[in-house]
Design a protein around this ligand. Structure first.
Ligand SMILES: *Cc1c(COP(=O)(O)O)cnc(C)c1O
Length: 426
């Protein structure tokens, strides 16, 4: 579908009316096994010499449509879906790094990702060095001969810090290290990191891609641009693989990463997406651009209200004229900066809590990217496992409140915020 425009791809990519039923909507194949034509065919499937369905842990016809659609929207050569965004991140890391290896990651990311990288990967012998994502020298200074990946969020959770994608990708390219961009808050509609040099893009599809807070899911998109062949950092890809008849994954060229992720990592770790969830995510993606436009418009209006409110002490929203991220937002996010951001009320933590408890329309939940407007206090919830030092590095204070603006009428959203602020600061 690559000749079509974004909105057309969002509705059609990855699916052509299938000849048996002529179903116009992508069918939900709630199936886990597929008949082999004959013994020879079965053998060739298992040797990766033939394409085709074997078993839903490896591939499924509905998941295939979702993967092809998101790959097309992001401009990649392939994608793989996972049971959650977190599974997508973990499996991507394990597909690049082994015991003794290192990763350099932004310190201003989702708290759950900081735990996964800083605690669980560490237990597996993979050391993650966290850096201030705005400090390009820090990215460079933390690279060693053991570094296997650079990782950041395009728009960071929760403070909506915008990464200088192109600059970080240049550093990766100079050292032969792949760059992974978590594009959850932006979706392919607001930003396509591959166009700025990212090698792999990750989405927690649980958020805006699904868009309705129904199912979990994660997706990894491969740009096809990272060259593993001959890269000394990646014996994993350049030496014959013991568990696959001696295949050398680097020989697969542009699809080396995504093929290894499917054929080896997902085969062994099994974090595959349920086809039912893939079906639900496809429904969400069909209206992605419409929803993202409205999410952004609504967030702009809410931010304008907060900016004019005397009880508000700060707002972290990258398109505000005085935001330190304004220039990066203009460059990377011309269609809008998304609808997740943070702000604080004068009076600190207790005022913030009272504000959250006084809201009536906004839902108090650990989620973002829903059609409903959502609120949470990161320091005591999503980022609560972080130390005081890590919270400071991530720019999260006791008074930080995170909002995810939904699709309700902004007059109603603002009226609810207004009454809750009045109660909280009274
Ligand atoms: C939610 C989130 C994740 C984790 O995704 P799940 O689908 O919840 O596992 C990763 N990155 C970001 C930026 C997120 O907001």
């Amino acid at each position: 579908m690559s000749q079509y425009k974004f909105d057309t791809k969002m509705v059609h990519s990855g699916y052509q009316v299938e000849p048996t039923t002529k179903s116009v909507t992508p069918p939900l194949y709630l199936t886990n096994a597929y008949q082999f034509d004959d013994s020879q065919f079965a053998q060739e499937l298992f040797e990766l010499k033939q394409g085709g369905n074997i078993y839903t842990r490896l591939q499924n016809p509905t998941n295939d449509i979702l993967e092809a659609r998101v790959a097309d929207l992001d401009g990649g050569v392939g994608a793989l879906s996972f049971a959650s965004g977190h599974a997508a991140i973990f499996n991507t890391m394990i597909n690049l790094a082994s015991e003794g290896d290192e990763v350099v990651a932004s310190n201003a990311i989702y708290g759950g990702a900081i735990n996964m990288l800083g605690v669980t990967l560490k237990r597996l012998g993979i050391t993650v060095k966290f850096v201030d994502p705005d400090d390009l020298n820090a990215w460079e200074a933390n690279i060693s001969e053991k570094t296997r990946a650079l990782f950041f969020e395009v728009v960071g959770n929760p403070n909506a810090n915008v990464a200088d994608i192109e600059a970080i990708c240049k550093i990766g390219r100079r050292h032969g290290i792949p760059v992974i961009a978590d594009s959850t808050f932006t979706t392919p509609y607001l930003c396509r990191p591959i166009e700025f040099g990212a090698d792999f893009v990750i989405h927690s599809a649980t958020k805006f891609l699904g868009g309705h807070s129904t199912v979990m899911g994660g997706i990894v998109v491969d740009s096809g641009n990272f060259v593993f062949k001959g890269n000394e950092r990646f014996p994993l890809y350049n030496e014959p693989d013991q568990s696959y008849h001696g295949i050398v994954f680097a020989d697969l060229g542009p699809t080396a990463f995504i093929s290894r992720l499917r054929a080896l990592i997902t085969r062994d770790l099994g974090a595959c997406l349920s086809p039912f969830n893939a079906f639900m995510l496809l429904q969400g993606i069909e209206t992605l651009s419409l929803r993202m436009q409205r999410h952004c418009e609504n967030a702009d209006k809410v931010v304008a209200f907060l900016a004019s409110n005397d009880s508000v002490s700060f707002i972290n929203y990258p398109s505000l004229p005085d935001s330190p991220y304004k220039a990066l937002a203009d460059k990377y996010l011309p269609n809008g900066v998304g609808s997740v951001f943070t702000f604080g009320l004068k009076g600190g933590k207790e005022t913030g809590r009272k504000f959250i408890d006084s809201l009536q329309l906004l839902k108090h939940v650990a989620n973002v990217g829903d059609v409903r407007s959502l609120v949470i206090h990161p320091a005591t919830t999503t980022h609560s496992q972080l130390s005081a030092e890590q919270l400071k590095a991530a720019g999260i204070s006791e008074e930080t409140v995170r909002l995810s603006i939904g699709l309700e009428d902004t007059e109603d959203i603002i009226a609810d915020l207004d009454q809750a602020i009045k109660k909280a600061v009274k």
